[in-house]
Design a protein around this ligand. Structure first.
Ligand SMILES: NC(=O)c1ccc[n+]([C@@H]2O[C@H](COP(=O)([O-])OP(=O)(O)OC[C@H]3O[C@@H](n4cnc5c(N)ncnc54)[C@H](O)[C@@H]3O)[C@@H](O)[C@H]2O)c1
Length: 284
């Protein structure tokens, strides 16, 4: 693969927590492709100190920002401008639901937590783009990518209120995309397949969903590094006419009905189950 696709570009990466984070892998790829980055995360996440290693490796400053705090976003942009001026790309890789973390079912949501879910995981994209527009932070031709999940379109029960948050996130991306197009600024969401990160594995039943998607998708599940490579194309000038899209990066999962492997496994499992039921019936 050619390197240097983002030569001369500058961007802000939200959401790198540890080296499994999709944002972490995106930051490494952006550095490899010749971009300069600012890294940001919530102050509470920065207390872990893990981001320092990435900061040193790619020579990128860390500027704290809780995405639910408008002043913090304004401060992030002001400090970024001081550091290297206006920017060419943003990665929004932020998501959190207290309801999902605590295993709350969709029919038993805590509404205070729903507000937090929506604020952190979806409205934050609006906050960031509104502030960026007002501060004239984005260069003409800039590219904004937010990470989404197919729960926005289809129901994944354990994903609870995050299904709603991702639907709102994708809608905000479309709405801002329509308003920023006159400056050649693109706004897209990438709908990533299940990935073993801190946020991913925090979902109850994640292993089952991961295996199901792995066996369903013709190409299998994409890794965080695969997602990072895809984001490089979206930050590059090669995709300058792509905007307001939700782009599936899931190995083909979104358009698959079922795979041969799953049909065979299910047939076997159901045959065993009915055999067991018949046996226990005989025994009774
Ligand atoms: N892992 C998956 O299976 C998967 C699949 C599709 C989409 N995604 C999405 O990818 C994105 C990145 O998640 P990840 O899987 O890399 O997990 P991750 O846990 O590494 O990243 C989530 C990040 O959100 C940050 N965050 C939470 N609250 C914040 C706040 N108030 N202010 C600023 N930052 C805050 C966390 O500190 C963390 O860095 C999320 O939007 C997630 O929903 C993940």
């Amino acid at each position: 693969m050619a390197e240097g696709m983002l030569k001369g570009k500058k961007g802000i990466i939200f959401g790198a927590l540890d080296e499994r984070s999709i944002a972490w892998r995106v930051a490494l790829a952006a550095h490899r492709e010749g971009a300069q980055c600012v890294l940001t995360n919530a102050p509470i996440a920065l207390r872990l100190g893990t981001l320092n290693a990435l900061s040193e490796e790619i020579n990128a400053p860390i500027i704290p920002c809780d995405v639910t705090d408008q002043e913090a976003i304004a401060d992030l942009f002001a400090k970024t401008k001081d550091h290297f001026g206006t920017i060419d790309f943003i990665l929004h890789a932020v998501g959190m639901s207290p309801n999902v973390r605590k295993g709350k079912a969709y029919t038993d949501l805590n509404y205070t937590w729903v507000h937090q879910t929506l604020d952190i995981s979806a409205l934050s994209l609006h906050r960031v783009l509104q502030q960026a527009t007002q501060d004239e932070m984005l260069n003409n031709g800039a590219s904004v990518v937010a990470l989404s999940y197919i729960g926005a379109q289809r129901i994944f029960s354990k994903y609870s209120d995050m299904n709603d948050a991702k639907a709102l996130l994708e809608s905000i991306a479309r709405n801002f995309g329509s308003r920023l197009g006159s400056k050649g600024i693109r706004v897209n969401t990438v709908s990533q397949g299940p990935t073993k990160t801190s946020a991913g594995t925090g979902i109850k039943g994640f292993d089952g969903m991961f295996t199901f998607a792995e066996k369903m998708a013709p190409l299998g599940n994409p890794s965080a590094d695969d997602c990072a490579d895809y984001c490089m194309t979206l930050f590059s000038d090669y995709t300058r006419m792509v905007t307001m899209q939700n782009l599936y990066h899931d190995g083909g999962f979104a358009t698959s009905g079922i795979s041969e492997e799953l049909v065979e496994a299910l047939e076997k499992a159901f045959a065993e189950e009915s055999g067991e039921a018949a046996n226990s019936g005989e025994g009774g």
